[in-house]
Ligand binder design. Structure first.
Ligand code: ZN
Length: 302
């Protein structure tokens, strides 16, 4: 019998050894070929091959391409408006439990004094991200805001997305006018801002990283929001505004709430007292934003 004989086992051992030798030779040859290609690739990219050969994959190649695009940035905008500078170490306070930061964009308006009346009546402090206005009425409103414990931040001068998001320099031109006006009128330098349309939007795609970086470099903190009254649309009802805010706040330990202060936002004004009372009854507390408050910021998505 061949199977099970000594001769059979000899053949099995010989065939196994032959297979081991063949596979070793094949893998050595494969490694030599890929090493050659790796070195060639490194040479083509101007990199010397070293003992620790870095891995080159498609992600690294993509990253290199992006860097090439930004190599030409001049950073000249850093020289604009040297007085636009805040001393800020960016060490934020820990979040307060059940905290709500009401924020009003786009004011001052013909409704601002009524918003202030409601906030005063309920002993609530909030934050106003304002658009440029230096009328006597507006100046009086800014002073009243600060006297009553609210914070004023910069929103915009022209509020035209296509203009302000043309470049970082264009954004600074717009920001500077409102920031300087506020400081002149109130004697207080604004330290926080809200980007029109939020920090990342379809108009700011090409410049938001550079612009955000520049505003942080100058010490300003920007605040997006995690709860929205959705009162920017004209079709929203008073009850929807109420529900958007009250239900939205339940989802977070700290809520930064987007609302609007414009002359036609009667529904926001009308919903405000009920929003405050409801949230107070649920043990939420209201605070104005200061630069020590940890920001809520939209994610960078490329
Ligand atoms: Zn706005």
């Amino acid at each position: 019998m061949y199977f099970g004989s000594v001769r059979f086992y000899k053949h099995v051992i010989l065939i196994t050894m032959a297979l081991i030798v063949i596979s070793s030779v094949t893998s050595c040859a494969f490694m030599a070929i890929s090493n050659y290609h790796m070195k060639k690739l490194l040479r083509e990219n101007g990199l010397a091959a070293s003992a620790h050969t870095p891995s080159i994959n498609s992600d690294d190649t993509a990253a290199t391409d992006i860097r090439k695009q930004y190599n030409s940035a001049s950073f000249d905008y850093q020289k604009l408006y040297p007085l636009l500078n805040i001393d800020n170490d960016f060490i934020y306070d820990e979040d307060l439990p059940k905290s709500v930061y009401l924020t009003f964009d786009d004011g001052p308006s013909s409704l601002t004094s009524q918003i202030l009346d409601i906030l005063k009546e309920h002993n609530v402090q909030a934050t106003f991200f304002i658009n440029y206005s230096d009328s006597m009425e507006s100046q009086a409103l800014y002073r009243r805001m600060l006297e009553e414990g609210h914070t004023i931040g910069v929103h915009s001068t022209c509020h035209q997305y296509a203009t302000i998001y043309q470049s970082t320099a264009a954004f600074l031109d717009d920001f500077a006018q409102t920031a300087f006006m506020l400081e002149q009128v109130t004697g207080v330098k604004p330290e926080i801002l809200r980007f029109p349309g939020g920090s990342i939007n379809s108009y700011s795609k090409a410049v938001y990283q550079q612009t955000i970086g520049e505003m942080l470099r100058r010490g300003y903190t920007y605040y997006d929001w995690n709860v929205s009254a959705d009162d920017a649309t004209s079709t929203v009802t008073r009850d929807q505004i109420y529900n958007n805010v009250v239900n939205g706040v339940q989802k977070y330990n700290k809520s930064i709430v987007l609302m609007h202060d414009s002359s036609n936002k009667y529904d926001t004004l009308s919903a405000l007292p009920d929003i405050i009372e409801k949230l107070k009854s649920q043990d939420y507390r209201f605070y104005p934003i200061t630069k020590d408050v940890k920001p809520v910021a939209f994610d960078y998505v490329d």
